[in-house]
Every structure is written in structure tokens, then in C-alpha cells.
Design a protein around this ligand. Structure first.
Ligand code: EPZ
Length: 429
């Protein structure tokens, strides 16, 4: 098992490019199954979850190839409509293949998705929407078997929660359905807009993506097209948080500042100076951050739940007390115990976490509980006195492309320790 070894404290300085968005790439790759042709995705991040999506695409009959940051998917001949259980279990977004396979093949067979343990992650909103569009769904023995005997038909959908995945699956089920589908209370995340832009370039007719009501007019077929994936706003938030806690000066290139507004607001409240360009964000942090009144996670355009743990780590040494409220997932504070091992002063009460700033943090061995929790531990390690070992790097590799390389380029003393060294170190305790 690999780990990241960090010598702190350090001060991050310099500039770096932000990778393509994981949470855009995954639904985009799933949606390429809809197209009878070749799709080319530029700015595609090399992540474990992307590799899993490629395995699913190839299992379905697609041909996929990399060329630098460009991934080409030829989905001319899709021959299968099932996804093996071991692939479904690797990530949450495997469920978004359901809508695409159904629209293309008229049937689908898969098991329940995996993904980070953030509390219950039901798919009832996904399946309800599909049933309303004419999908027969049988859930038994851990499998979900779907078929569309009388074709997919447009309808009016009301999501009880603006679920990102359910909005994506509803779009993929509706794009070639017969008639018009209206999705009320749709998720407004930038990744939904990115997916809609790609599908419309493939010949779909989707209006209103990015707003709460989306209208989809079913079309007969979709062709492949080229698409540049939007920058990853959560990776950008993570890097800005890392720069902020180290009192650093960092410039991010290839970002969309307007996707980062709620995060930029917290950074400014914490005392950072920000300069925004068209596709750049420059940050200069004070020697010690101010605590922030309250960080409340909400659906977009509210503060993103995925940035909650990185920014909690950022505020561990701040001057004062910050209240975090996690309103999206039931159990997204698994990183707290690990941050306390670094010397953080955090108290969790239900969906709230109270972070009291301390003067110093101290390096320790910590274990990533999930993808963004792992990022939080790295951020804490950068500002800790001495050596921090972050185990469970596989989580990080699901969403961050070479995180240690990016941080090293900004001045961090961080290295990846592979295999038995990490295992031995873990054994010696
Ligand atoms: C997407 O997950 C992201 N993942 C998550 O990022 C992100 O945290 C989340 O949206 C919220 O922004 C991808 O895009 C691959 P939801 P998703 O459906 O679609 C409940 C990361 O770190 N819900 O918006 O699974 C659900 O339990 C990951 O990159 C239902 O009750 O999120 C949760 O409480 C973590 N029934 C809330 O809605 C459903 O059918 C939000 O879930 C679906 C969801």
C-alpha cells in the first residue's frame, strides 16, 4: 500500500495548471455510450476512477485510447448492456452508466455502485426518474435489471433533492426518449452544464442546464464529437487551501473562477488576497489565517461538500473558531479523528464540527478515510512540524492526478513511498 511522506512545515510558492474535472469526466465518459461514433475528450485527467470508466466502456464494446491529455472513445459498436459487479463497486459514478446503456441498448443489468463511505448513498431518485420514463426495473439479489419494452418516453420529473447523479442519469435517459422531459429541482453544478454542452454538440436538444429546470427534447440519435473538459473546481479548492495554510503565494492556471465563488469567499474571509483572471486565480495568504464564522455545505451554487474537509484542514491553525455544517452527506467527518492526530482541535456534534485554531500542528502517521478526507490530511501535513505519513493513497489517486508532484512543484517536501516500505512502516506501528 502506498503512502505520502511529508516533511513540514513548508510554504507553497509558484504556479501550476489545474487538471480536468473528475466529476465531469466520469458522466461524460458514460454518456459517450449514447453516441454511434467517435468522441474525443481533451483535458482528461489520468485518475483511478477514469481507468475504471475505461474498463466499463471496453466491457460494453467501446474502443478507447489515450494520447497525452486526450482520451478518444469509439462507441460505434456497443455490444453489451451489463456492468460486472467488481467494476460497479469501484466508484459511485458507475451508476450513471445506467441511463446511457438503457438509452442505447433498451436494457441494462448492473449491481449497486460503490464509492466513498460518506453515509448512505441510495439511488432511489435515479430509479424513480427512470420508472417515470417507462423503464421496468427489477431489484433482486443485489442486481438491478432494467428493460424498456415500450420505449423511453418524455415526462415531467420532480427531484426531491437536487441530486447530481440523478440529474445526470435523468438527462442520459431523456436525450433519446420519445417526447419532452422536464426536470424540476435539477442539480445546478457546473458539471451538469458541461455534460449538457457535450450532449448538445453530439446532437441532443437540452435547454436550461445549470438552472433548476432543464428541458430535454428527445432526438433520434447522437453522433460523437470533440469536447474539452472543464477544470476541476475541487482540485483548485484543495490547492488554494494548501497554499493558504502554508502562508504561501500560488497562482493556479486553467481554472474557472466563477465555479469557485463560495470557496473564494471563504478564502477572503480567512484573510487571503485573491486576484482573478479569466482562467487564473492568484492567492497570497497571511502568516496566520483568520477563523471563518460558518462554513455551510449546500447544493451548488452553495459551498461544495467536496471542499469541506480540505478547508477544515486549512483552518486548523487559524486565529479563532469556525463552525462547519455538513448538509449534503450524513457522515462526512471521518477525516476529523485523523486531523486530531496532527494536533487539530475539532469537536463533532451531529452534522456540525467546531474547529478551534491551534498554534502548531505536529506530524504523525494518518490514514485517509476517503478521497477528500485524504486531501485534508495532506494539507494538514504540509503545515505540521516534522514528518507526516498519509496512508491510503489509492483514495487520493481516484481524484487527484499526481498530487505529490503538483505540491512538490510548489515547494512542498512530499514523496510517494511505495509498497513494502509503507507496509513495513505500517506494521512497525
Ligand atoms: C456527486 O455525487 C459527486 N460525485 C460527489 O463528489 C459530490 O460530493 C456530490 O455529487 C454532491 O455534490 C460525482 O460526481 C462522481 P448526489 P452524487 O446524488 O451524485 C442523496 C467526490 O469527492 N441522494 O448529489 O452521488 C445522497 O445520499 C465525490 O468527488 C439520495 O438520497 O451526489 C446525498 O446525501 C464525493 N438518493 C445527497 O443526495 C439518490 O438517489 C447528494 O447526493 C441520490 C442521492
Amino acid at each position: 500500500m502506498a503512502m505520502l511522506k511529508i516533511e513540514g512545515p513548508c510554504r507553497l510558492e509558484g504556479e501550476t495548471c489545474v487538471q480536468g474535472a473528475k466529476n465531469s469526466t466520469l458522466p461524460l465518459l458514460a454518456s459517450s455510450v449514447l453516441c454511434r461514433g467517435i468522441s474525443v475528450f481533451h483535458h482528461c485527467p489520468r485518475l483511478l476512477d477514469v481507468e475504471t470508466s475505461i474498463e466499463i466502456l471496453e466491457h460494453l464494446g467501446c474502443r478507447v485510447c489515450w494520447e497525452g491529455e486526450t482520451l478518444t472513445v469509439d462507441s460505434t459498436d456497443v455490444t453489451h448492456w451489463d456492468i460486472p459487479d467488481h467494476l460497479m463497486r469501484k466508484m459511485r459514478s458507475s451508476i450513471v452508466f445506467l441511463g446511457a446503456i438503457l438509452s442505447r441498448m433498451g436494457q441494462a443489468s448492473l449491481s449497486y455502485p460503490g464509492g466513498c463511505e460518506l453515509g448512505p448513498r441510495p439511488i432511489d431518485l435515479h430509479l424513480d426518474a427512470m420508472r417515470k420514463m417507462g423503464v421496468q426495473i427489477r431489484e433482486a439479489h443485489g442486481r438491478i435489471d432494467c428493460n424498456v419494452r415500450r420505449g423511453l418516453r418524455g415526462t415531467v420529473l420532480h427531484l426531491s433533492f437536487p441530486s447530481v447523479g440523478a440529474t445526470e442519469n435523468s438527462l442520459l435517459t431523456a436525450v433519446m426518449a420519445d417526447g419532452i422531459t422536464t426536470i424540476h429541482n435539477a442539480a445546478r453544478e457546473p458539471e451538469i452544464q458541461d455534460l449538457s454542452d457535450y450532449l448538445n454538440d453530439c446532437g441532443a436538444d437540452i435547454r436550461g442546464a445549470g438552472e433548476s429546470t432543464i428541458i430535454v427534447k428527445g432526438v433520434k440519435s447522437l453522433r460523437g464529437c470533440a469536447h474539452t473538459i472543464i477544470p476541476d473546481r475541487i482540485v483548485a479548492s484543495t490547492l488554494l487551501s494548501a497554499a493558504a495554510i502554508t502562508g504561501g503565494t500560488v497562482q493556479l492556471r486553467r481554472v474557472e473562477p466563477n465555479h469557485l465563488q463560495p470557496v473564494l469567499h471563504v478564502l477572503e474571509e480567512a484573510g487571503c488576497h485573491l486576484t482573478l483572471g479569466k482562467h487564473e486565480v492568484a492567492l497570497t495568504a497571511p502568516p496566520r489565517l483568520n477563523a471563518v464564522q460558518t462554513v455551510r455545505t449546500m447544493p451548488y451554487p452553495g459551498f461544495p461538500t467536496d471542499a469541506q474537509s480540505p478547508m477544515m484542514a486549512m483552518l486548523l491553525k487559524s486565529n479563532g473558531t469556525t463552525l462547519f455544517e455538513e448538509n449534503i452527506f450524513e457522515s462526512r467527518f471521518k477525516h476529523v479523528d485523523e486531523l486530531i492526530r496532527l494536533g487539530g482541535d475539532i469537536q463533532v456534534v451531529g452534522r456540525a464540527a467546531v474547529v478551534k485554531g491551534v498554534e502548531k500542528l505536529y506530524g504523525a502517521r494518518v490514514v485517509a478515510p476517503d478521497l477528500r478526507g485524504g486531501a485534508a490530511l495532506v494539507i494538514g501535513g504540509l503545515a505540521s512540524e516534522g514528518t507526516t505519513e498519509v496512508l491510503g493513497v489509492d483514495y487520493l489517486d481516484r481524484g487527484y492526478e499526481h498530487l505529490e508532484t503538483v505540491l512538490s512543484s510548489l515547494g512542498a517536501n512530499i514523496q510517494r513511498v511505495e509498497n513494502d516500505d509503507a507496509q513495513n512502516q505500517q506494521k512497525t506501528g
